[in-house]
Design a protein around this ligand. Structure first.
Ligand SMILES: N[C@@H](CCC(=O)N[C@@H](CS)C(=O)NCC(=O)O)C(=O)O
Length: 215
């Protein structure tokens, strides 16, 4: 039995962030689906793994974690010698990777997650999209992507010329958004558009999407 266990739903962005990291690191793991429609994430035993009742939860032997970005960082450092090097590995790059990981979490994700909810998830579950929220969050995301366009004119990836966690953390929301009207925000910025094409073509990401199909 694998020591690494991921409890989540492959339909969710936060679960996909962890799965993408595990596939990049070529690690064996067990995926345990959480039936969110039945509210399993709001009940025991899931609450003992994440008291906030949000997926994913993660175990590696005795270590138990939640919060997808904390999990991906743990995996990238603990298994530094396996698969893709995701944390830079030298003292010049590591702080820059951390910086752009913070930008993803605090500048990009609030607008991107809101748009994912409004434009991708709500239609899937039969809820009505709030067009005012879409307008507001597209304007917020456009400003962030203007910064990304300048950044990606200087380096191939967010932190350097190497793919890292700073890029990987964006994948789950970008995947949903390029299937919606918000795709225009990425397409209209040439460097952002080339970066999106590059990171979404990674074999690890195809494996994440294939995991979804198996559920
Ligand atoms: N910051 C958390 C966010 C976790 C999160 O919001 N998970 C969502 C799915 S992407 C969830 O469990 N939603 C269920 C709910 O809100 O009840 C992480 O990155 O792990």
């Amino acid at each position: 039995m694998a020591a690494i266990k991921v409890y989540g739903s492959t339909f969710t962005t936060a679960t996909r962030r962890v799965l993408a990291t595990l596939y990049e690191k070529e690690l064996e793991f067990e995926f345990i689906p959480v039936d969110m429609r039945a509210g399993e994430h709001k009940k025991e035993p899931f609450l003992s793994m994440n008291p906030f009742g949000l997926v994913p939860a993660f175990e590696d032997g005795d270590l138990k974690l939640f919060e997808s970005r904390a999990i991906s960082k743990y995996i990238a450092y603990k298994y530094a010698d396996k698969g893709t090097q995701l944390t830079g590995g030298d003292c010049k790059k590591t702080p820059v990777i951390s910086l752009w990981m913070e930008v993803e979490a605090h500048q990009f994700d609030p607008a991107a997650s809101n748009l994912t909810w409004e434009l991708a998830i709500k239609p899937l579950i039969g809820m009505e999209t709030d067009s005012a929220a879409v307008e507001e969050n597209e304007a917020r995301l456009a400003k962030v992507l203007d910064v990304y366009e300048s950044r990606l004119a200087q380096s191939k990836y967010m932190a350097s010329d190497c793919f890292s966690l700073a890029d990987l953390h964006h994948l789950p929301t970008i995947h949903y958004l390029i299937g919606t009207q918000s795709k225009k925000l990425f397409d209209s910025r040439p460097h952002v558009s080339a970066w999106v094409a590059d990171i979404t073509a990674r074999p690890s990401w195809s494996k994440v999407l294939a995991t979804q199909n198996k559920q």
